[in-house]
Ligand binder design. Structure first.
Ligand code: ATR
Length: 288
């Protein structure tokens, strides 16, 4: 694209940002849709988030993504916040508004759209969720908001799962999250569940790790969704497939969190054809 006097700027704040795939997502979309927009990474040093947000607004920046470690830290510096992002306590997308930015969490809407694109529903479902950290906590909210019937939340540290369950169940006004110690999974009634892998276990370089390796666990899984996309096929996914289940990695979640951000910034809707074209580029970048 040719940058000119009217080119609008979006970007990413985080630390580090060197390995981000977001510029590929947004610049590919801008090119395909013919938008005069450029997306760039902005490394922000610790303690400078407030200045970064104010500076971005002063410079006329249309929108920002926010990544680790600032997804919660950025919240006090927003003009407005979307209710789901507020409940989750994490924001990954800022949309310019009068006097500042409005914060959203498109990670979770992105996960939802990724699941829907694979024909996976949450409404009325019983779900197994591995983990109770920041990512899994957000997934627990998503499941509650999207009408899951029950979420068996398995975690190494029961207290953390208990705390997330108390919080999400309180907000939802119903007992949707059921916390358990990981090794107690046998107490989950037999079935072929949707299982969402929301821990950091299995992430490169420790690609041979899985939170649970026992066959009996994978016999309960019909569909496995790992939030990790590096490696492309995690040990969790291999085990799901070895037991006859379908398995997906987190690349479509990454894709759709970006697409939803792009849609918010440009007040547009990205077609499935364009989404597929971006996905193909992401997959190639991941060596597929
Ligand atoms: P994130 O922001 O990626 O969710 P996090 O908040 O640090 O990261 O959460 C990490 C999750 O992975 C937690 O559920 C953690 O379990 P604990 O709550 O018991 O710490 C889980 N996790 C990390 N390493 C693990 C391991 N070796 N075995 C089992 N679970 C692990």
């Amino acid at each position: 694209m040719e940058i000119n006097g009217r080119t609008r700027t979006c970007g990413l704040i985080g630390n580090p940002v060197e390995h981000t795939l977001s510029p590929m997502i947004h610049n590919t979309l801008a090119g395909r849709l013919g938008h005069d927009l450029v997306y760039v990474p902005f490394p922000v040093a610790g303690g400078s988030v407030e200045e970064a947000v104010a500076g971005a607004h002063a410079l006329g920046i249309l929108g920002l993504n926010v990544t680790v470690p600032y997804k919660s830290e950025v919240i006090p510096y927003l003009r407005e916040i979307d209710p789901l992002a507020r409940d989750i306590g994490a924001v990954n997308t800022l949309v310019r508004c009068v006097g500042g930015y409005k914060g959203y969490n498109t990670d979770m809407e992105g996960l939802y759209r990724a699941m829907r694109s694979e024909g996976i529903e949450l409404d009325g479902q019983s779900v197994i969720l591995l983990g109770a950290g920041g990512a899994a906590r957000a997934v627990a909210y998503l499941c509650a908001v999207k009408g899951a019937d029950r979420v068996w939340m398995l975690n190494r540290t029961l207290e953390k799962a208990q705390a997330v369950a108390d919080e999400v169940n309180g907000r939802a006004g119903r007992n949707v999250i059921c916390p358990m110690r990981t090794e107690e999974y046998a107490a989950i009634p037999d079935g072929r569940y949707l299982a969402i892998q929301g821990t950091s276990v299995g992430l490169a370089p420790r690609t041979q790790d899985a939170v649970i390796a026992e066959n009996a666990f994978y016999e309960k899984i019909g569909t496995g969704f790992d939030l990790i996309y590096n490696p492309w096929e995690t040990r969790f996914m291999q085990l799901v497939r070895a037991h006859g289940g379908r398995a997906y990695n987190g690349m479509k979640m990454l894709l759709y969190q970006g697409i939803i951000a792009y849609e918010l910034w440009n007040d547009t809707r990205v077609s499935e054809e364009d989404a597929q074209a971006v996905y193909d580029r992401l997959a190639r970048a991941a060596g597929r």
